[in-house]
Design a protein around this ligand. Structure first.
Ligand code: GLV
Ligand code: MN
Ligand code: MN
Length: 409
């Protein structure tokens, strides 16, 4: 007998995944789009049907509260994000939000009164795909970014996060950061192969690795592809390609545990018979140790400068984001560990390779995360898959942990 209803959670996940559902079975639900609005509307309706009061802050972060006996206590919050990558899966983010809702629905089913309120949270723009950097609005909530900075993040067409959240009707009245949390739990698919390879059913996440993001603009000179001799070219794409190769090499050189990715590139003017005059690309560096990440940072800057000089192009390399390593709260970690034991789930302790809202919420409230396995460790991919059993087990552990932290009356 479980406390939570795995079938109901699965049905809700599948219903949510129809919003922005792609032909390949994934989800495309970028922040601030009409699809984002639809997912928020559905989430809000489900929360209200479960008896919650939903409040929304100025950046669209949503908090759905089930009251506790003691209204003076800060809530035990559970949540994640409903936005996705452009070729995202059904589980990254949505599982953490809907599992929180499942905990509330299950508390209702069993008529359980908690001492502290229990809340479900949907954080705005975790993915950082349409608007960079990621974890933007949990970051603003935690005071890492100003609200103006978060709201002014622009997409490639110049539309800002603030404008788009207002356009879809989710710029709420509550000042960002005013809605205090007693603690925060986030359930997520693991997004890597570790749990699956180890045969464990859950990961008790004790912290997250450090990350740095950069934006690089390489400027050469547009010229005709026919009459311009090879020796006279200032080809921005050739230089940028060497830099991409350097990024990858740095990732290999700083093993174990380094990750280095170029995932976004724009080529100007992007015409077949014009030598590219300008290239813009992103760099994503990660490492559990911040000092090693600084070493990667230094290597990136030196190598890109060398490449630019040799190629006769100019370089503008901007650090846009640094998130140091995070250590989660021992009381929240224990609540999850004990709940996993009670649910008889073989679990291992681990740190997160991916970024999550929990990393920022941890700065202002005791926080921890729980991972469940994801098939072949594939995520940020339309083929992303977590089994109904894995999702249900995650919700069950959250239920146990939330009760431990909120107190049963
Ligand atoms: C967010 O999903 C990240 O880890 O980049
Ligand atoms: Mn996520
Ligand atoms: Mn993601």
């Amino acid at each position: 007998m479980t406390n939570t209803n795995g079938q109901r959670l699965w049905d809700s996940l599948m219903e949510m995944a129809k919003i922005g559902g792609t032909e390949k079975g994934g989800v495309n639900r970028l922040t601030g789009t009409d699809l984002d609005k639809q997912s928020r509307d559905l989430f809000k309706r489900w929360c209200e049907e479960a008896g919650c009061t939903v409040t929304i802050d100025a950046l669209g972060n949503m908090f759905a509260r089930r009251p506790g006996k003691n209204s003076g206590k800060l809530p035990v919050a559970i949540g994640s994000h409903l936005d996705s990558q452009p070729t995202g899966g059904k589980y990254d983010g949505a599982l953490g939000v809907l599992a929180g809702l499942e905990v509330i629905r299950s508390l209702n089913d069993h008529g359980i009164e908690t001492d502290a309120p229990v809340e479900v949270v949907n954080w705005t723009n975790e993915e950082g795909s349409r608007f960079s950097p990621p974890m933007t609005c949990s970051g603003a909530y935690a005071g890492v970014f100003t609200v103006d900075y978060a709201a002014s993040r622009a997409d490639e067409n110049g539309k800002t996060l603030g404008e788009e959240i207002a356009r879809i009707g989710y710029a709420g009245p509550e000042p960002v950061g005013d809605h205090k949390l007693g603690c925060f739990l986030e359930l997520h698919i693991e997004q890597g192969p570790v749990l699956e390879e180890g045969g464990e059913k859950a990961g008790i996440v004790t912290g997250g690795q450090a990350q740095r993001w950069y934006e690089v603009t390489v400027t050469g000179q547009e010229a005709h592809a026919g009459p311009t001799p090879m020796a006279r070219r200032k080809d921005a794409l050739v230089a940028a390609s060497r830099m991409v190769d350097a990024v990858n090499a740095i990732g290999h050189e700083f093993q174990p545990n380094a990750c280095a990715t170029v995932g976004y590139m724009r080529v100007y003017p992007n015409s077949r018979n014009v030598i590219p005059g300008e290239v813009f690309f992103s760099v994503d560096f990660r490492h559990p140790d911040d000092e090693t990440l600084s070493g990667m940072d230094a290597a990136l800057k030196t190598r890109c400068e060398e490449i630019a000089e040799k190629a006769g192009v100019s370089l503008d390399l901007v650090d846009i984001w640094h998130c140091p390593p995070t250590i989660f709260d021992e009381r929240c970690v224990s609540a999850l560990r004990d709940a996993a034991q009670e649910a008889k789930l073989p679990a291992r302790e681990m740190i997160s390779g991916a970024g999550h809202d929990a990393l920022y919420v941890a700065r202002v409230a005791p926080t921890a995360m729980l991972f469940v396995p994801c098939k072949d460790g594939i995520s940020h991919n339309e083929a992303e898959y977590a089994s109904p059993e894995a999702c249900a087990a995650g919700a069950e552990v959250l239920f146990g942990a939330a009760l431990r932290l909120a107190g049963r009356v």
